[in-house]
Design a protein around this ligand. Structure first.
Ligand SMILES: Nc1ncnc2c1ncn2[C@@H]1O[C@H](COP(=O)(O)OP(=O)(O)OP(=O)(O)O)[C@@H](O)[C@H]1O
Ligand SMILES: [Mg+2]
Length: 296
């Protein structure tokens, strides 16, 4: 294992590890086309390097070089005391780079609280949150905002566009806050809007666009500066069936391009389109499975 590994190799290792972590039997069938990594029912091989016996989660997780999110025993308690609400109750969760995860649960189950935690919009009452190995659970607001700007693109159910600004201006706004110069802003916003198929709507204001188009502007805004993580809270909640398909196919494409995508939803139809499905109820993770019916 002293040999330098290519990025591609590491990615493949990670994918196999994620798979392993969730479903040992699936690993038996794993074999990556370029033959850099392959597996038998007992061992994983990287080219001719035997990576270790598959009998120890920790060993393999340590090898997962691209572990992105690690939530350890996190609780979020509102109104501590007699009327306290445990919105998150001892949550443990690991998400690797490049995963496509749906977090599903009923209203009040703790989805948005978890999303706020994942997105560094809130801090836990107890427990720790590591993002890229960095402890972000008890950062100041400014530090959290730095991490958000660097790492995360948000998509919300209500689009959260500014009504008086055009599509271009809405996409450019966060770039202004990040100190990106005008020329680069124009380039990034232009490319982002093109990538969601809104070439002809750049000067339109939100009121002049359909719900699906508005959500596509919001996606363009989220991806303009190519953050590695995309966090979407009920991204299709306000959309009709046609727009839901359109928007979700864009989200799926962004995952295929290499981003880590985490979608929060109450809708099993949406969750079933992700590769990994995590179910949350009463602030606790009840199940965490690889979606056997995932269609690429
Ligand atoms: N600021 C707050 N103060 C007190 N309780 C809160 C607060 N925010 C959320 N809660 C409670 O925490 C629990 C989880 O709320 P959360 O918003 O995470 O649920 P959710 O799964 O996103 O629900 P929905 O699908 O309706 O959006 C709920 O019982 C809610 O009432
Ligand atoms: Mg919610």
């Amino acid at each position: 294992m002293d040999t330098p590994l290519s990025f591609f190799c590491l990615k493949k290792i990670h994918q196999s590890l994620t798979l392993f972590n969730h479903n040992l039997t699936r690993l038996c069938n794993l074999s990556v086309k370029n033959s850099q990594i392959s597996a038998t029912d007992k061992r994983v091989f990287l080219s001719h390097y035997d990576l270790q016996e598959i009998n120890n989660d920790d060993q393999y997780l340590r090898l997962a070089m691209e572990k992105l999110v690690e939530i350890k025993d996190v609780c979020k308690i509102y109104n501590p005391g007699e009327n306290e609400v445990r919105a998150l109750d001892h949550v443990n969760l690991t998400i690797g780079e490049g995963e496509f995860v749906a977090i599903i649960g009923q209203s009040g189950s703790g989805k948005s609280t978890l999303m706020n935690m994942l997105g560094c919009l809130d801090t836990p009452t107890s427990g720790k949150y590591f993002l890229h190995g960095q402890d972000v659970s008890h950062m100041t607001d400014d530090e959290q905002s730095d991490v958000r700007n660097r790492e995360i693109g948000f998509i919300f159910q209500g689009f959260n566009l500014i009504p008086s600004l055009t599509a271009m201006e809405n996409v450019e706004l966060p770039l202004i806050y990040r100190g990106v110069g005008k020329k680069e802003r124009d380039r990034l916003a232009d490319a982002a809007l093109n990538s969601v198929g809104l070439e002809k709507r750049k000067t339109h204001r939100p009121s002049e666009m359909s719900g699906g188009q508005q959500q596509r502007v919001a996606i363009a805004r989220a991806i303009a500066q190519a953050p590695p993580i995309l966090l979407a809270d009920e991204p299709t909640g306000n959309l009709d069936t046609g727009s839901t398909k359109e928007v979700f196919s864009i989200i799926k494409r962004l995952y295929k391009e290499g981003r880590t995508v985490i979608v929060i939803t109450h809708d099993p139809g949406i969750a079933s389109q992700a590769k990994r499905i995590i179910t949350i109820s009463d602030g606790q993770i009840k199940s965490d499975i690889i979606n056997e019916n995932y269609v690429d």
